[in-house]
Design a protein around this ligand. Structure first.
Ligand SMILES: *Cc1c(COP(=O)(O)O)cnc(C)c1O
Length: 434
């Protein structure tokens, strides 16, 4: 690999001031701006394995990992090589390639509920297009979603949307027409009665029910026993399409996503993050009859100049191949469990109330003194200020976390005991100084 030219450490405060003169809020996506935790955002120069290097010249163990795509950490050799090779053969054609067919076949192989799919460049686009496919297929307008679930920043799903919107205190974004927001019905997660009531009130009008099967955008929350099965049963009865947003959980909680873990077959699935191997690539797919509504087979239009981009497809294919050949899942779960157990111990030692919820290689430490977080309302009882202090304590100790309380943190296959013990030592100190 080409050696990077040695760069002088930058003053991050000055860099942020400069950034704000050209970029809205100094960033290209709001949660990066540290609004929730306060202080000056981290500017990153490079990453290898479990580590990133800041523009300040310091190294950090990374638990944010670009919000989920990096199963093998940063700059995994095979993924870099695949992207470099693809790039050298021409980066975009705006025409069909065999490589994107191969990736589509691999995705179908992993998620048998997907018969036909379409690739896009972001999870937002994929979710938006899944909603369009569902509306076109059913001839209905309304969509049910759960408060605290995030499905990208499309107008009609940006209601009680969790993630960055929650963090910034704008659960319902400005600029979304009332008429569009009115096509969305929001109900609490894990509440089948509320779902039944929504269907009762809107008989025959609901096109789709969107859900993160294991929500990660209000922090990691679990579906109660029977909840996802209940959603499947009700949507089937009401001829409403069940859409699993597996942008985070797909290829994360298992190679086949949460739908494989729970044995539930959604009508449509939205994918992103991991399937691009760290490049911009996402997809939506599912039942052949529903997906056939999309142009050119059907009347619902959806397109993209860079959709199925060859470099992203190469990186995504290399990612899926590595996941298959190395099966990192058991090891990653072990690493996450080790870290979460250590964190629990550190919290007890420091006398800080902390509830950690984890599944596979993702987890959220909720700063609260209470029982299980089961929905948006209980997630909101977490102390965002305490998280902010913890975040900065960790940053000082050389650990980078997601810069907001209501997010999932991740470990990668590149994390080892060394990084985890390093982070746990930092955590004990940060919690004691909370
Ligand atoms: C990240 C995310 C999205 C949006 O994907 P982008 O690529 O950021 O547009 C959608 N749904 C879920 C569950 C996500 O976590």
């Amino acid at each position: 690999m080409a050696r990077m030219k040695k760069q002088k450490p930058a003053n991050m405060k000055r860099l942020f001031e400069r950034a704000r003169k050209s970029l809205v809020g100094g960033v290209n996506s709001p949660v990066r701006a540290f609004k929730s935790v306060g202080g000056t955002p981290l500017f990153v120069r490079s990453g290898t394995g479990a580590w990133i290097r800041g523009a300040d010249g310091k190294s950090y163990v990374d638990f944010c990992l670009s919000w989920g795509p990096l199963m093998f950490g940063h700059a995994r050799r095979e993924i870099v090589a695949a992207a470099q090779t693809a790039m050298s053969h021409g980066s975009t054609f705006g025409a069909a390639t065999e490589a994107e067919v191969v990736l589509a076949e691999k995705i179908k192989d992993a998620l048998p509920s997907i018969e036909l799919l379409r690739m896009t460049s972001s999870g937002t686009e994929a979710g938006m297009s899944a909603a369009r496919a569902a509306r076109a297929f059913t001839g209905r307008d309304l969509i049910i979603k759960f408060s605290g679930c995030y499905h990208g920043h499309m107008d009609s799903l940006l209601v009680a949307a969790g993630s960055g919107a929650t963090t910034l205190g704008i659960p319902d974004s400005a600029g979304v027409p009332k008429a569009v927001a009115a096509t969305t019905i929001v109900v609490p997660f894990n509440d089948l009665n509320a779902v039944e009531n929504a269907f009762k009130k809107n008989k025959g009008k609901i096109a789709a029910l969107f859900v993160e099967p294991i929500p990660a955008n209000m922090g990691v929350v679990f579906p109660d026993d029977g909840f996802l099965e209940g959603l499947r049963r009700i949507t089937k009865r009401e001829k409403t399409l069940l859409v699993f947003d597996e942008v985070i959980t797909g290829f994360r909680v298992a190679y086949g996503g949460a739908q494989t873990l729970y044995g539930i077959k959604p009508d449509l699935t939205v994918l992103g993050k991991i399937i691009g191997g760290g490049l911009p690539l996402a997809a939506y797919g599912g039942r052949r009859d529903v997906m056939s509504m999309i142009a050119p087979e059907g009347p619902a239009y959806q397109a993209g100049t860079l959709s199925g981009n060859p470099v992203a497809v190469a990186a995504g294919t290399a990612m899926l191949d590595l996941l298959k050949s190395e099966n990192p899942y058991p090891r990653m779960e072990q690493l996450a469990e080790y870290y979460c157990e250590g964190l629990r111990g550190a919290a007890i030692a420091a006398g800080v109330p902390l509830r950690i919820q984890s599944v596979a290689s993702m987890f959220t430490p909720f700063f609260l003194d209470g029982g299980e977080v089961t929905d948006y309302k209980s997630a909101m009882t977490a102390d965002k200020k305490a998280y902010g202090r913890f975040f900065h304590g960790m940053l000082k100790g050389g650990v980078y976390l997601p810069p907001a309380q209501w997010e999932a943190a991740f470990v990668s296959y590149a994390h080892t005991d060394r990084e985890l013990d390093f982070a746990l030592a930092a955590a004990l100190k940060a919690l004691k100084n909370l």
